[in-house]
Design a protein around this ligand. Structure first.
Ligand SMILES: O=C(O)CCC(=O)C(=O)O
Length: 300
């Protein structure tokens, strides 16, 4: 720790984030996340699962051009970056290994459930950063919900799992450890950001209040491969229209917990244990006759 950090406990850490194995006690993982705003879970999924997710998404990634709207979105989302969304419909391994990952759900239970009846998925996408792609502006995800971000509670947990190269040269995520403790109006200095390097299967987990951004891919021929997934308080609107990415048949074929996370349920304002698993199948809270619209796929 340097002198400025000793005199100011909220100054950014010189060192990067802590790295914990996936079998670490969930209370400890939650404490580290609350303290530093982010951490690395080593081996969140196995390298085999990471490869399977990459392979299942590959046809979609190959069929997608890089970049977005050159006048606006490219600056933030990346002119040579491939983002494929609707992942639950495209990769079963993503659903089972990332979305439903026990380590992530244990963490979300501890961080998000105190402020909501249940949380849900806000977005899942590939963030494959191609050669030459410039660094993304450092930002806080919570500012998508700017008024709620000022309430002083945790809104979102984001997870970036490496499914291929994820080193500093290729544009690994830049983070400012402990910046989640700053005021939202504090200036952001890119010199404070540190790269988070991951092996396939490792994941960067961070709060929506942590300052971060995609790194600069300085290579001529390598892609940085991360799969993003985020969990959001149930009373906030997700970034992605997740439920619309699934047909009723596909939704019915998923585990009940996945369905709830993907928006196939009504709002639960009460804690899960008071509400029970049966509510997961309740698409409409009150009008049971309306279930006919789904031709018996979902039962009360
Ligand atoms: O790709 C990354 O490392 C971070 C991406 C990100 O923060 C974003 O697109 O909002």
């Amino acid at each position: 720790m340097n002198d400025s950090q000793r005199s100011d406990p909220l100054a950014p850490l010189d060192v990067g984030l802590e790295r914990l194995p996936a079998d670490t006690d969930p209370d400890k993982v939650a404490d580290v996340l609350r303290r530093d705003g982010g951490l690395i879970i080593e081996g969140l999924v196995t390298p085999t699962a990471a490869r399977a997710i990459d392979a299942e998404l590959a046809p979609h990634v190959e069929g997608r051009h890089a970049g977005f709207n050159p006048e606006f979105d490219d600056v933030f989302y990346g002119s040579n970056t491939k983002r494929i969304q609707g992942l639950a419909a495209k990769s079963r391994t993503f659903v089972h290994e990332i979305l439903l990952n026990r380590v992530l759900l244990d963490l979300a239970d501890r961080i998000l459930l105190p402020s909501c009846g249940d949380y849900w998925m806000s977005q899942a996408e590939t963030i494959f950063i191609g050669p030459g792609n410039a660094a993304q502006e450092l930002h806080r995800d919570d500012l998508n919900w700017a008024d709620a971000a000022r309430l002083g509670i945790d809104l979102q947990i984001s997870v970036l799992t490496a499914v291929g190269d994820y080193d500093a040269e290729v544009g690994s995520t830049m983070v400012i450890p402990r910046s989640h403790q700053w005021s939202l109006d504090d200036p952001i200095d890119a010199a404070d950001a540190r790269p988070v390097e991951l092996d396939p299967g490792d994941a960067l987990v961070y709060l929506g209040s942590l300052v971060h951004g995609g790194g600069h891919n300085r290579t001529a021929d390598r892609w940085r491969k991360g799969v993003y997934c985020s969990y959001l308080l149930g009373w906030l609107t997700p970034e992605e229209a997740t439920a619309r990415s699934l047909t009723p048949e596909l939704a019915a074929s998923l585990p009940e917990r996945a369905r709830r996370l993907l928006g196939w349920s009504s709002l639960r304002g009460t804690p899960l244990d008071a509400d029970g698993a049966a509510s997961a199948l309740r698409l409409w809270q009150l009008d049971e006759a309306d279930h006919a619209r789904h031709e018996g796929l979902f039962v009360q």
